[in-house]
Write a protein that binds this ligand. Structure first.
Ligand code: FAD
Length: 490
């Protein structure tokens, strides 16, 4: 019997505890907060996230709290034009073998927590901030803020964006400020005009800003989340802001979008941050997971899904004696890094797609509106359709260790039947300037990228080394050079 410590009791930490306990390990979850609780609003779960929950034994319970989404609707937030919608109906569910849903974050967390509480072998310790770790001969010592420590056979750092374990393992300093503020409010659905009620996740795209909303809590509330590239002077998180600030930021949007924003009250604001992807997340018997490993902008709506996927893969790989943990954690890292880095790039690339203006926005609309549901499905197949959560086979070596005779099957490869049709986007007559470097936002040179990247070749993993950990370093990729520098792709 092995003991595995998990630093952080968020979605990723609790999911890992479930996955590891299911393999017969004792798990101690050390959470710094005095209570195990998660607030917050809606969270989207694509079929890959639902499949991970299924693997954790929670599919039925999640099904009871989930609101199936009818479509992902993309609107031009300036003209009000309905550009395109990806139906999430039976065709989608048949193809990806699960639904696309929205759940209340607090309700999802409660399910994970209840499952942990009722599973033998999981111990939940609140008010236990972890500050670091020390290697021992055949174990790891988990260092706590009060000077106490805990011996374990492995440590999983699931302590989020500002992870103490990452600080020691990677040492890459503070997160990167994306220069974007996201505002959030929740509105009772009865206050929403009937003609603006849709069981969809809706994007209103505008110049330098966009607005997403979706129903949550069984459709009883509408979750509003507008974002603006307004280069905030300092980083803040969850601060109250007056409605007038929000309405001022989004005054250029069309009437329907503004009517919805005007319903918002008790607005809170966050400055968006992420980190550059790194190649190495492990140090012997210590590994990172979820936002501690690959913090990304929330624009792909996949951070929690990735944490859930991580947990499932971790559980599969740590189905072994403690003496194999270090090697297996290295495999977990190898299996997961390319997929999570690709989602990270997708989230950053979404900014260019959603925040385009003028000719670039017209070209985007023209391209998107010409796409059929099947074509849209093709483009998300690599993300929504995977059942094994592993990275690209072309950069991830075959996971087979004859000595241990314990393969982790590589999934996530593009099924030949799912290879999408490359499209050459057309330009509108007014987008003649597209391609000029003069105005990157208003006249980008288009390739299908970001959300609509059909068959992107994985970038080679040749990172520079971090001084703190020779295994770690940014995943060099032309697409991951930062929000402001991202090439304008559609
Ligand atoms: C606005 C927004 C919308 C999002 N929408 C979606 C979505 O629709 N779909 C989706 O899949 N994802 C979404 N995400 C991303 C998702 O919320 C995160 O990726 C996910 O919650 C990460 O989970 P985690 O457990 O790795 O980290 P966290 O949720 O950050 O949990 C970390 C835990 O560790 C604890 N902790 C921190 N430091 C220590 C320490 N030193 N010692 C002990 N404990 C510690 C914290 O208190 C916390 O409980 C969204 C994110 C944002 C910001």
């Amino acid at each position: 019997m092995s003991t595995i410590a998990v630093a952080g009791g968020g979605i990723g930490g609790l999911a890992s505890a479930l996955a590891l306990a299911a393999r017969g390990h004792d798990v101690v979850v050390c959470e710094r907060s005095p209570e195990f609780v998660e607030l917050g609003a809606g969270i989207q779960l694509a079929p890959n996230g639902m499949h991970a929950l299924d693997r954790l034994g929670l599919a039925e319970a999640v099904g009871r709290i989930a609101v199936p989404v009818g479509e992902l609707r993309f609107m031009d937030g300036v003209t009000g034009e309905h550009v395109v919608a990806m139906p999430l109906d039976r065709r989608y569910r048949d193809r990806f073998r699960n639904a696309y849903v929205v759940v209340h974050r607090g309700e999802l967390y409660r399910l994970l927590l209840d499952a942990c509480r009722s599973r033998a072998g999981i111990e939940l310790r609140a008010s236990h901030p972890v500050v670091g770790y020390a290697h021992e001969a055949d174990a790891v010592r988990v260092l706590l803020a009060d000077g106490a420590s805990l011996g374990a056979d492995a440590l999983i750092g699931a302590d989020g964006l500002h992870s103490a374990i990452r600080a020691q393992l990677v040492g890459d300093g503070a997160p990167r400020d994306a220069g974007i503020t996201v505002y959030r409010s929740i509105v009772p659905m009865e206050r929403v005009p009937t003609e603006l009620r849709h069981m969809s996740v809706t994007w209103w795209a505008g110049p330098g800003r966009h607005f997403v909303h979706c129903p949550i809590a069984g459709g009883r509330f509408l979750n509003l989340a507008p974002s603006a590239e307004n280069a905030p002077a300092e980083t803040f998180s969850g601060v109250s802001v007056p409605a007038s600030e929000v309405l001022g930021e989004f005054g250029a949007l069309c009437e329907s979008a503004r009517r919805l924003l005007e319903l918002g009250a008790d607005w809170k604001a966050w400055v968006l941050v992420d980190r550059e992807p790194v190649d190495g997340w492990t140090d012997g018997r210590v590994a990172l997971l979820g936002d501690a490993a690959h913090p990304m902008l929330h624009y792909a709506a996949q951070g929690a899904c990735m944490a859930l996927e991580d947990a499932v893969v971790l559980g599969d790989l740590l189905d072994c004696p403690a003496g194999w943990f270090a090697a297996r954690l290295g495999r977990y890292n190898a299996v997961r890094r390319e997929r999570t880095a690709r989602v990270h790039r997708l989230a950053r690339d979404s900014i260019a797609l959603w925040h385009a203006e003028d000719a670039a926005a017209e070209a985007r609309n023209k391209t998107l509106s010409a796409m059929s549901p099947a074509e849209l499905y093709d483009f998300v197949a690599w993300l929504h359709g995977t059942r094994e959560f592993a990275g690209s086979p072309s950069v991830t070596p075959a996971i087979q260790d004859p000595a241990e005779n314990s393969a982790y099957t590589l999934g996530g490869r593009l099924d030949p039947t799912e290879t999408p049709n490359p499209r050459t986007p057309s330009r509108s007559p007014r987008s003649a300037a597209a391609g000029s470097p003069a105005s990157a936002r208003s006249a980008g040179t288009y390739t299908l990228g970001g959300w609509l990247e059909p068959a992107e070749d994985p970038q080679p993993v040749t990172p520079p080394r971090s001084p703190r950990n020779p295994a770690a370093g940014p995943l060099a990729s032309p697409r991951s050079t930062g929000t402001k520098e991202s090439p304008k792709t559609l």
